[in-house]
Design a protein around this ligand. Structure first.
Ligand SMILES: Cc1ncc(COP(=O)(O)O)c(C=O)c1O
Length: 303
């Protein structure tokens, strides 16, 4: 498998191991960082790669920069050019996962908003281990943070303290992953992915006010489900006890792609195997991201 050769900082390519950031920068001291995980998939027949939904990732990044009052906001064209150069410089021979971080690189006080800098790195990514078999989830005793404390709808680094505590607890409790509940005890999301379940044949996902990240993969699934079945996904508040009546469940995200969930709190989801709708949506997702399907060419930016 290929290895990262070059990393990009503030538009300049440099050897991967030479990246540096001051430890007293606000990015390190106060986690003053927003970031994205973006994928560039190999397009089998064209011998090239395509970013998946790059414009949407940049829009979410810009929303984060605005909310955090960064003194500079990068535009789509600039970042697209930077990421294209980054991928080309790394000469990948399989799918690429890109981490794009924008932060206050200046040192200073809590209210410092610049100078702003960015780092982009391209890495290979192995297929998630639960992709075929499905995973077990446990409902965490850590509560999902809320819009009025640290808004989960932006992808800021600080939010991942909450996610990490949840993930570590799940691991020590013997689960493959976790689900977090809101302060009201309603289902929110997993530490690094959104949640879908099927109940009475209907696909359901917690709504955007359930303290979730405004996930691009979630939106992709909502769109494709409607196009494939003619039905709308129910976006609504989900009670914890509904989890135990689900016929199917899965997690989704750019990094995780679509991961079937086969048990929650040690109760089987449906028959405890990967469900048919989950399999159908996964296959459709991979066909779309790789351009095997002609649908939604506007979601793919060919490099
Ligand atoms: C907390 C959280 N929720 C959901 C997602 C999925 O978001 P997306 O589909 O935009 O990658 C992620 C992954 O980035 C995440 O970190």
């Amino acid at each position: 498998m290929w290895e990262p050769k070059q990393i990009m900082m503030n538009g300049e390519l440099l050897p991967f191991e030479d990246a540096r950031l001051h430890p007293l920068s606000l990015a390190v001291t106060y986690a003053t960082t927003v970031f994205e995980g973006v994928r560039a998939y190999q397009i089998p027949d064209a011998g090239t790669f395509a970013f998946f939904r790059l414009a949407e990732h940049v829009r979410r990044l810009q929303a984060g920069m605005k909310l955090m009052r960064f003194e500079q906001i990068y535009d789509v064209e600039f970042l697209q050019d930077c990421l294209t150069r980054l991928v080309q410089a790394n000469e990948p021979d399989s799918d690429v996962y890109i981490r794009l971080l924008v932060y206050v690189e200046g040192t200073g006080l809590l209210k410092t908003c610049g100078p702003v800098g960015f780092t982009a790195a391209a890495m290979p990514r192995k297929k998630p281990i639960f992709a075929e078999t499905g995973m077990s989830l446990g409902v965490s005793s850590w509560q999902r943070l809320s819009d009025n404390s640290s808004p989960p709808r932006i992808k800021c680094t600080a939010n991942y303290h909450n996610a990490r505590l949840t993930m570590l607890q799940a691991k020590s409790d013997g689960y493959d992953g976790a689900l977090m509940l809101t302060a009201d005890g309603k289902v929110s999301e997993a530490p690094i992915a959104c949640f879908f379940m099927v109940r009475d044949g209907q696909l359901i996902t917690p709504d955007k006010t359930s303290n979730i990240l405004e996930s691009i993969t979630r939106e992709t699934i909502i769109t494709r489900y409607k196009e494939l079945t003619g039905n709308a996904v129910e976006e609504r508040v989900v009670d914890r006890s509904e989890l135990y009546f689900a016929e199917e469940a899965f997690l989704c995200g750019t990094g995780q792609e679509i991961l079937p969930v086969t048990s929650i709190d040690r109760l089987p989801v449906g028959d405890g195997v990967v469900g048919p709708l989950t399999s159908q949506l996964r296959q459709d997702y991979f066909d779309i991201v790789r351009g095997v399907s002609d649908e939604h060419p506007e979601w793919r930016t060919v490099i």
